[in-house]
Design a protein around this ligand. Structure first.
Ligand SMILES: NC(=O)c1ccc[n+]([C@@H]2O[C@H](COP(=O)([O-])OP(=O)(O)OC[C@H]3O[C@@H](n4cnc5c(N)ncnc54)[C@H](O)[C@@H]3O)[C@@H](O)[C@H]2O)c1
Length: 246
C-alpha cells in the first residue's frame, strides 16, 4: 500500500509508534524513526523494518526543540530523498490531580505533546507544499475529547492536537495534503503498563468491549490514512477505543 513512500514516525522506538513504523515498513514504505532516549530500541525497530526489504534509519531528536526538528527533517530528506508521510506519535505523561500538579509538569507535557506536533508539521510543511502532496497523521487521545481526572496537562495537550489537526487540514487541503488524527482509548503499551492495576481494571470495566486495544489496532488505521484509499479524508478525528467514548 505504501511502496516507494517515505514515512517519518516520531516516538517510533516502542509502543504504538513502533507498531506504526513496522506496519508501514511491512507495506513497502521506507521509515525514518525518531526516538528520544533509547537508541537500542530504535535500532531494533529499524533492523526489524529492514527485514521487509525497505530502508529504515533511527534519528535522535527531541520533538519539543523547534530548531532540532527543522535540522532533523532536513537530514531525513537528504538521507531518503523526500518525506511523504508524517506520523506525530511522540508523547509523554506526567499524571497528577490539578491540586498536586506543578508548573513544570504542565508545561513539559504541553511542550512535547502539542508544541512537538506543531514543530514537526511546520518542519515538513514547506516540502509538502512544494510537492503538492503529503499525509500528516497526529496521534491524539480520547482524553483530549472527554477529559480525564489526573491528566489536565495531557488532555489539554491532546485537545490542542485536535484543533491543530483541523487547522492544518484546512490550511493545506488545497495543495493535496491531508491531516487527520487518531484518538486511541486504552492501548496496551509501556504508557498504560505504568498505570496501577486497579486503574487498569477500572478502565477495562468502562470499555464496552471490556478489553484494552493492541498497538496494531492503531497502526492499521494509520496505514489506511496514509494510503491512497484515504486521499479524500482530511480533518477527521477517528477513535480507536473499543467504544470507550461513544
Ligand atoms: N497507550 C495508550 O493507551 C494511549 C492512549 C491514548 C493515546 N495514546 C497516544 O499514543 C501515542 C503513543 O503512545 P504509547 O503508549 O506507545 O507511548 P510510549 O510512552 O510507549 O511511547 C512514546 C514514544 O514517544 C517518544 N518520546 C517521548 N518524548 C519524546 C520527545 N521529546 N521527542 C521525541 N520522542 C519522544 C518515546 O521515546 C517513545 O518512543 C502517544 O501520542 C500517546 O499519547 C496512547
Amino acid at each position: 500500500m505504501l511502496k516507494n513512500k517515505v514515512a517519518l514516525i516520531t516516538g517510533g522506538s516502542r509502543g504504538i509508534g513502533r507498531a506504526i513504523a513496522l506496519e508501514m515498513a511491512g507495506n513497502g514504505a521506507d521509515v525514518a524513526v525518531i526516538y528520544w532516549g533509547n537508541k537500542a530500541l530504535a535500532d531494533t525497530v529499524c533492523e526489524t523494518a529492514r527485514t521487509f526489504g525497505v530502508r529504515a534509519l533511527p534519528y535522535c531528536c527531541d520533538v519539543a526543540d523547534f530548531a532540532l526538528t527543522e535540522a532533523i527533517v532536513k537530514r531525513i530528506c537528504e538521507d531518503f530523498g523526500t518525506i511523504d508521510i508524517l506520523v506525530n506519535n511522540a508523547s509523554i505523561t506526567k499524571d497528577k490531580l490539578i491540586m498536586q500538579m506543578n508548573e513544570e509538569e504542565f508545561d513539559s507535557v504541553l511542550k512535547v505533546n502539542l508544541k512537538g506536533t506543531f514543530n514537526m508539521i511546520k518542519a515538513v510543511s514547506r516540502l509538502f507544499l512544494k510537492k503538492r502532496s503529503g499525509r500528516i497523521i497526529n496521534i491524539t487521545s480520547v482524553s483530549g475529547m472527554m477529559g480525564n481526572a489526573g491528566q489536565a496537562n495531557y488532555s489539554a495537550a491532546k485537545a490542542g492536537v485536535i484543533g491543530l489537526t483541523k487547522t492544518t487540514a484546512k490550511e493545506l487541503a488545497s495543495r493535496g495534503i491531508t491531516c487527520n488524527a487518531i484518538a486511541p482509548g486504552f492501548i496496551k503499551t509501556d504508557m498504560t503498563d505504568a498505570l496501577p492495576e486497579d486503574v487498569k481494571s477500572a478502565a477495562c470495566s468502562m470499555i464496552p468491549m471490556r478489553q484494552m486495544g493492541e498497538p496494531g489496532d492503531v497502526a492499521a488505521l494509520a496505514l489506511f490514512l496514509a494510503s491512497d484509499a484515504a486521499k479524500y479524508i482530511t480533518g477527521e478525528i477517528i477513535k480507536v477505543d473499543g467504544g470507550l467514548y461513544i
